[in-house]
Design a protein around this ligand. Structure first.
Ligand code: IPM
Ligand code: MN
Length: 345
């Protein structure tokens, strides 16, 4: 029999509520013969206050034993900004070499967008996840004086850039339109920009069926709003990817439906799937959070583990549910129940 050994990290704020619904849908969609085993971990603000720990070596060892990780959200106003972000989320991405940060954007029928009309939006951003300005490589001198100097070094390796660029070409190849855009800023970032551009062109020669384009990141923010339909697959650096995926979420249904996967394609370490949204402490515990982004992250998790049919079924359920949602407000649980019923039916 097949089995999934899943680590579950409900986390802070609305995390536990949305994860509960994600697991409900996962249970409902999995075939009878697949044994789902879950282990819950209490990472997040509560544990940090109790022990001062964010993610210990023993924690990463324990997580390594799982097939995948489902994360709700980590973060709370009671913890200084950056502590949990760096000490937990980024630490885990680096520890498990999650170099493909996958963030699809699809505007589904019946979903509101701030853009005029109902543009065709169906693209996926492959954001590099382990390099760039996220490596914590920098420093400050003369701190606190008027002459303070701070540096934040963006680290880009040929190895790191090539593997994520290849992943993006593979994803573009598998999609009907077979288009790939490299987004960077090579008119200003002379070193990293050129490394990315050189690698991109070298790898492109191996994928003649993929149509490629290059775009500066500032121009890309214009096109994401004025012509989002032109994008199919985007590959970009860690920080540019962080920024443009928030914009992408905003134009394609909002943060309530934006899913993501922190993926290690080699499967050497478990990949982690999480909604793009944060812990939203202002609405925590009120049943107001939309669990759709978590449910769509469950679809990415299923696809990563080879359950393509089930992944597609979850995505179809979300599409049908959003289309028929109407204006009546539903609770977190009601949306989860509706989605679970759809994938089961
Ligand atoms: C994201 C978040 C994180 C990031 C923060 C919380 C470290 O914004 O997942 O997009 O910058 O990657
Ligand atoms: Mn972000």
């Amino acid at each position: 029999t097949r089995s999934i050994n899943l680590a579950v990290i409900p986390g802070d704020g609305i995390g536990p509520e949305v994860v509960e619904q994600g697991l409900k849908v996962l249970n409902a969609v999995l075939p009878q013969d697949v044994k789902l085993e879950t282990t819950e971990y209490d990472f997040g603000a509560r544990r940090y206050h109790a022990t001062g720990e964010t993610l210990t070596d023993a924690d990463t060892e324990a997580l390594k034993g799982h097939d995948a990780i489902l994360l709700g959200a980590i973060g709370d106003p009671s913890v200084p900004s950056g502590v949990l972000e760096r000490g937990f989320l980024l630490k885990l991405r680096f520890a498990f070499d999650h170099h493909v940060n996958l963030r699809p954007s699809k505007l589904l029928p019946g979903v509101a967008t701030p853009l005029a009309g109902q543009p065709e939006i169906d693209f996926v951003v492959v954001r590099e996840g382990t390099e760039g300005p996220y490596t914590g490589n920098g420093g400050t001198i003369r701190k606190g004086t008027p002459h303070e100097v701070a540096t934040e070094v963006s680290v880009n390796t040929a190895y790191g850039v090539e593997r994520v660029v290849r992943d993006a070409f593979e994803r573009a190849t598998a999609r009907p339109r077979k288009k790939l855009a490299l987004i960077h800023k090579n008119n200003v970032l002379a070193y990293a920009g050129h490394l990315w551009t050189d690698v991109f062109h070298r790898v492109a020669a191996e994928y003649p069926e993929v149509t490629t384009e290059y775009m500066h990141v500032d121009a890309a923010t214009i096109y994401l709003v004025t012509q989002p339909e032109r994008f199919d697959v985007i590959v970009t650096d860690n920080l540019f990817g962080d920024i443009i995926t928030d914009l992408a979420a905003a134009v394609s249904g909002g943060i309530g439906v934006a899913a993501s996967g922190n993926i290690n394609p080699s499967r050497a370490f478990p990949s982690m799937f999480e909604p793009v949204h944060g812990s939203a402490p202002d609405i925590a515990g009120q049943g107001k959070a939309d669990p759709t982004a978590t449910v769509l992250s469950v679809a990415l998790l299923l696809r990563h583990l080879g359950y393509e049919t089930e992944a597609a079924r979850v995505e179809e359920a979300v599409a049908a549910d959003l289309g028929g949602r109407g204006t009546a407000a539903r609770t977190t649980e009601e949306i989860g129940d509706a989605l679970a019923a759809r994938v089961a039916g």
